[in-house]
Design a protein around this ligand. Structure first.
Ligand code: PLP
Length: 491
């Protein structure tokens, strides 16, 4: 009975003691001030955190507090506990991985999204969340010159996922569904293909989706997938009684921003009945500029596409735009209607329920930050940013080319340049020495605190990736990087 469960007796319970509206306003201003100060002083901090494993946890109490703490303590611990363990992704000397650049309107929009606290599982659960998302993703179809069929007003449509990995996984689930519709082959016989330079998320997605095998297709001297090698792999699998079901082309690989020939891969994939997905997680944003669109030639022939506004478009993580040319296989694969999800709007089929376009049921109002960024900057300024970053990359690459101590190891069509110390000759000894010099140079740059980049491997040799796409990065930050390289190499 209720009387035996003390916590449930109504005379003893009350809502939690919230901040008053006045306190919230005051602390809200303090938090926004804190973020603004952070952005102002970010350049004075070393880019990468230097704490040792466990250092941050050691500053935390063993148990959660029983009594409330004043908000001042929380803010103070941002500086005392959090900041030492922060690696500053928004630092203009950030050249590591790919950028995850953000912007004031994006951060404000995410704050509003948190304040609204919506879960947009169905259209009816908050119509604005769904309709703004559909509409802004349709805008992006035009801005990136993607096929008109991908608009939600047509046969396809776009949806925001949390990450490119999620988007690719969902593409594989749709591909698996379509392949099963077409034949009665078990999933374990289905094979997925991608290039040897593709992102690890393709292989992971195939594993999660239960594909029987993933083939990593050989690349050419520009690190792009060889369509002939893809064709040979598909033929061999068909001969072996397997079912080729999925291929992922990459426009802008993570390793070097290599571009697979989407049109030629489509010529192989379409007749063989494969689902063709394009991973343009980083480089997709560049398609807002007309001069990069030749890199996505053949895009009208593919089944699905992903790019991350959270990498290079000043929309803070997480925001991954996923498109399908035909939404049928996707929603058929993912739609399960429990009785509590039935509602009049969904039953008429006149609305989009994004729960059928993703693995989770719940989803946040991610479209708000995308909408606010597009409106706050306008497409012209976004194009300018892309061109600025690509120009900085071209300049930096020219410096490397002019210096015979270094060699550029891959084409740089966007804003990533990969280089290494030039070996004296082709001998293994000279190559190994160049690897050691390259590793040492990367370590010296990262220890400088002013620039941060990612050492990597290409064809088994050490390289340095310089990814230029932080929203605040300007020419002087590349000057600093160059000075650091000069100091480290004794030039
Ligand atoms: C960054 C990247 C991914 C992974 O993106 P997430 O959103 O972190 O999952 C996938 N593919 C490519 C080409 C990438 O550059």
């Amino acid at each position: 009975m209720d009387s035996t469960a003390p916590g449930l007796r109504s005379e003893l319970t009350s809502p939690p003691p919230h901040m008053t509206p006045e306190e919230f306003r005051q602390h809200g201003r303090e938090v926004i001030d804190w973020i603004a100060d952070y952005w102002e002083r970010i350049e004075s901090m070393p880019v990468a955190s230097t704490v040792a494993p466990g250092d941050i946890r050691a500053m935390l109490p063993d148990a959660a507090p029983e009594e409330a703490e004043p908000f001042e303590n929380l803010l103070a611990d941002l500086d005392r506990v959090v900041m030492p363990g922060v690696t500053h992704w928004q630092h203009p000397g950030w050249f590591a991985y790919f950028p995850a650049n953000n912007s004031p309107p994006s951060v404000l929009a995410d704050t509003v999204s948190a304040g609204l606290g919506l879960i947009g599982l169905l259209w009816s659960a908050s119509p604005a969340l769904t309709e703004i998302e559909s509409h802004v993703l349709d805008w992006l179809v035009d801005l990136l010159d993607l096929p008109q069929q991908w608009k939600s007003t047509s046969a396809g449509g776009g949806v925001l996922q949390g990450s490119a990995s999620d988007s690719t996984h969902v593409a594989m689930v749709a591909a698996r569904y379509r392949a099963r519709q077409r034949g009665s082959q078990p999933v374990e016989r289905m094979v997925a293909y991608t290039s040897a330079q593709a992102h690890s998320s393709i292989e992971k997605g195939a594993n999660v989706a239960g594909f029987g095998a993933v083939r990593l297709i050989e690349t050419d001297e520009r690190f792009a997938m060889r369509p002939a090698a893809l064709r040979a792999a598909i033929d061999a699998d068909v001969t072996a009684g397997l079912l080729p079901a999925f291929v992922c082309s990459t426009v802008g690989t993570t390793g070097t921003t290599a571009v697979d020939p989407v049109d030629e891969i489509a010529q192989v994939a379409s007749p063989a009945g494969l689902w063709h997905h394009v991973d343009a997680a980083y480089a997709g944003t560049a398609m807002i500029c007309e001069e990069f669109r030749h890199h996505q030639r053949g895009i009208e022939l593919v089944d699905s596409y992903v790019f991350n506004p959270h990498k290079w478009m000043m929309v803070n993580f997480d925001c991954s735009a996923f498109y399908v040319a035909d939404r049928g296989p996707l929603t058929d694969a993912l739609s399960i209607t429990a009785p509590y999800l039935r509602n009049a709007a969904s039953d008429t089929g006149s609305v989009i329920d994004y729960r059928d376009w993703q693995v989770p049921l719940g989803r946040r109002f991610r479209a708000l930050k995308l909408w606010w960024v597009l409106r706050s900057y306008g497409a012209a300024a976004l194009r300018e940013m892309i061109r600025h970053h690509v120009a900085l990359t071209t300049e930096f690459a020219a410096r490397l080319t002019d210096d015979d101590r270094f060699e550029i190891v891959a084409p740089h069509p966007f804003s990533l340049v990969c280089f290494r110390c030039r070996p004296a000759d082709d001998s293994e000894g000279a190559q190994a020495a160049a690897d050691r010099s390259t590793d040492a140079l990367a370590a010296a740059i990262n220890a400088s605190g002013t620039s941060y980049l990612t050492p990597s491997k290409l064809n088994g040799r050490s390289i340095i990736r310089v990814a230029i796409g932080q929203a605040r990065t300007d020419r002087r930050h590349l000057e600093t990087l160059w000075d650091t390289i000069a100091a480290a190499t004794g030039a």
